[in-house]
Design a protein around this ligand. Structure first.
Ligand code: AMP
Ligand code: ZN
Length: 665
């Protein structure tokens, strides 16, 4: 076989596997096997650049940088949709339609996916470009980023027309969104507000490798073009599916507005069980001939209508706006509300996000406000009932100084959030860093809790985490609620933390973007803090899974004189700043490329030891079973649902002994 044939075959094969996995949700090979094939293709492409293909599956991993997104005029305008909120609205719409077209009208009902709209252009079955909606007339060319989204086919299958546009929505499913936020919080960053904004923000990231890491999906709903040989909207969905696009099966063909309403009522409840966010139903005249007769208004097609689901909403009084300071100094304005029942929970507080949001909605203390629980985890205020505004109401003036330390707040160019810049003199920041340091996943200091930390800082006994190691029992005893015994426990707990392994110490330092997993990666690679501190940005980005953002943050952290001093002190006190000899000796690559899920109770080692053994030997530990799982290590009393899922996906089970044998123990 010639090299070219070999390359083409590999591409074809990988494409099919991508489709099986991301569109059909039914993979036929393991991730590991997939990676091996992908690497093989990457190597061949690197060696024989003459066979370059802009739509090769290797481009899925990203790496292309877009500095400025080129503006592109849409060949077919991207309209918005008219909204309706009641049965009457829909019946009115039907009346308008029936005046303009002859014959029976059928409607397709689809869910309205809440994400960022996108237009994809295909020529001869290949993805040519991907453009955001922008203002509907022109948008941004985000092709490099879109190519990393695995459910977007780069090459089509079947009897596709030679040229067409297909429109859809880029969404971020709940599970991925929650996971991204957990990682952000662990790394000391503000969590993202909601999946929709995060999805649309992702499309404009400059580094496509960053986009590749985000679990985005592309759901398609509209084909546009000339001479497509398609007669109805419903048929177009089926065709798109057959050409390899991800088109949710939820859509339904209906014969009347009554049936449309049945669909709406059903999905108003059922939508909460979908993996992604939806905010309504889109109803479209099914017959494309009729669609053409109906045409467009200046804003929207006459043949389509969005029916918005009602978000659960209540009105309540806003007592007071207060400001919270996070460990990184970020200020969050908080609405303190008269407690109210909403979607099954009592809501007392809601985030106001930032100064712009408060100004935009003109939210004031004393107002009656509308609180809504949408896709977000934290309820939000969506508006003010101006008719109930007290006469003596005064416009909100955003805090100019830190509520904790009084320092003038700062706001960086282009950022929505205000920050307190006084990192070394602001109690919640100082205490927050120390609280992070002692937390369970970091130094896990027994006998010391968050409140005690605040007290110690307030009393002037500690100013940094390094100061913990200088505390004496005598200093601690006089504190409120401290006794001889608890003081002793505290000092012992601190002493014991000197045994905590380096990877957790590194996480404990509180370097922005360095969460638990990143810390482990860095330690596995650099082994000592000195080596890590000596690394350049270039070195850092060459470490597996370390991106530019993390690299910059690490460099920045160690460049600060005070941080260097903290590290020198930790070293003097005997805190672990390099990988233990034992851990080093135990590190192998035996499990490289394999992902494990651990479940149940074990005998020869503890569950945590087991997880550590997996990581020490180069494997990955994941908490839930998916098609990416290589093995389920099964102990006693394992959860039945895990077992069932593993069986269903055909994932191999390992006993404790079998696992330990695998790594030579
Ligand atoms: P709006 O932004 O509220 O005017 O609503 C119009 C937008 O809804 C379109 O630009 C699409 O991005 C989005 N949308 C989501 N799901 C669908 C769907 N099934 N059909 C048409 N548009 C949809
Ligand atoms: Zn402050």
């Amino acid at each position: 076989m010639s090299i070219e044939q070999q390359i083409n075959e590999l591409r074809e094969e990988l494409r099919q596997h991508n489709y099986n996995y991301y569109v059909l949700d039914a993979p036929t090979i393991s991730d590991y096997e997939f990676d091996v094939k992908l690497k093989e293709l990457q190597a061949l492409e690197a060696k024989y650049p003459e066979y370059y293909d802009a739509n090769s599956p290797t481009l899925r991993v990203g790496g292309q940088i877009t500095k400025n997104f080129e503006t592109i005029v849409h060949e077919h305008r991207m309209y918005s949709l008219d909204n309706s909120y009641s049965k009457e609205d829909l019946l009115d719409w039907e009346t308008r339609i029936k005046k303009l077209v002859d014959g029976e009208v059928q409607y397709t009902c689809e869910l309205k996916y809440d994400g960022a709209s996108i237009s994809l252009t295909y020529e001869n079955g290949e993805l040519i470009k991907a453009v955001t909606r922008g203002d509907g007339i022109q948008g941004d060319n985000v092709t490099n980023n879109i190519k990393t989204i695995k459910s977007v086919p780069l090459k089509l299958k079947g009897d596709y027309p030679p040229k067409f546009d297909i429109r859809g929505e880029i969404v971020l499913p709940h599970e991925g969104f929650i996971k991204m936020n957990e990682e952000r919080i662990a790394a000391g960053e503000e969590p993202y507000a909601n999946p929709r904004n995060t999805a649309s923000g992702s499309l404009k990231l400059q580094d496509s490798a960053e986009v590749a890491k985000r679990p985005l999906e592309c759901l398609l709903y509209n084909i546009t073009g000339n001479n497509l040989g398609i007669e109805t909207q419903f048929q177009s969905l089926e065709k798109a599916r057959a050409w390899g696009f991800k088109v949710p099966e939820v859509s339904k063909l209906t014969n009347s507005i009554e049936e449309v309403l049945e669909f709406v009522n059903h999905w108003d409840v059922e939508r909460h069980n979908l993996p992604y966010e939806t905010d309504g139903v889109v109803i479209k005249v099914n017959n494309l001939q009729q669609q053409e007769e109906l045409g467009f208004t200046s804003k929207a097609p006459r043949w389509a209508m969005a029916y918005k689901f009602k978000a659960e909403q209540v009105a309540t009084r806003l007592n007071e706006i207060t400001y919270q300071v996070g460990r990184t100094g970020a200020i969050t304005p908080v609405a303190n509300l008269v407690p109210v029942q909403l979607a099954g929970t009592v809501v007392k507080r809601a985030s106001l996000h930032n100064a712009d949001q408060i100004a935009k909605l003109d939210i004031r203390e004393g107002d009656e406000v509308y609180v809504e629980k949408g896709g977000e985890i934290i309820p939000k205020i969506v508006g003010v009932n101006f008719t109930n505004r007290p006469e003596d109401s005064i416009p909100t003036v955003y805090a100019s100084n830190c509520p904790e330390c009084g320092a003038p707040l700062e706001r960086k160019e282009g950022e929505a959030q205000h920050y307190c810049p006084n990192d070394n003199g602001c109690l919640p920041q100082i205490a927050g860093r120390i609280q992070h340091f002692i937390s369970r996943k970091a130094m896990d200091i027994e006998g010391l809790g968050g409140e005690t930390v605040t007290l110690l800082v307030k009393e002037g006994l500690i100013k940094s985490y390094a100061d913990l190691y200088m505390l004496t029992k005598e200093e601690v005893i006089p504190l409120e609620r401290m006794a001889e015994k608890s003081a002793e426990n505290l000092i012992n707990g601190i002493e014991k933390s000197k045994e905590i392994p380096f990877e957790r110490v590194l996480f404990a330092l509180g370097i922005r973007y360095v969460g638990e997993t990143v810390a482990k990666k860095l330690v596995r690679h650099y082994k000592t803090i000195d080596a890590l501190m000596a690394a350049t940005e270039e070195d850092l980005v060459n470490v597996d899974e370390i991106g530019i953002k993390i690299a910059e943050s690490v460099i920045e952290f160690f460049a600060v004189q005070e941080h260097q001093e903290l590290i020198s002190r930790l070293r003097v006190y005997g805190v672990q700043l390099e990988i233990g000899a034992e851990q080093l000796a135990n590190q192998t690559d035996t499990l490289q490329g394999l992902t494990f899920v651990v479940s149940g109770v074990f005998h020869r080692v503890s569950r945590n030891e087991l997880k550590k053994l997996i990581e020490d030997n180069g494997g990955k530990v994941s908490s839930s079973i998916s098609s990416k799982t290589s093995y389920l290590v099964a102990g006693d009393k394992m959860g039945p649902s895990k077992l069932e899922k593993a069986n269903k996906l055909g994932i191999e089970l390992l006993t404790e002994d079998a696992f330990l044998t695998k790594i030579g123990l």
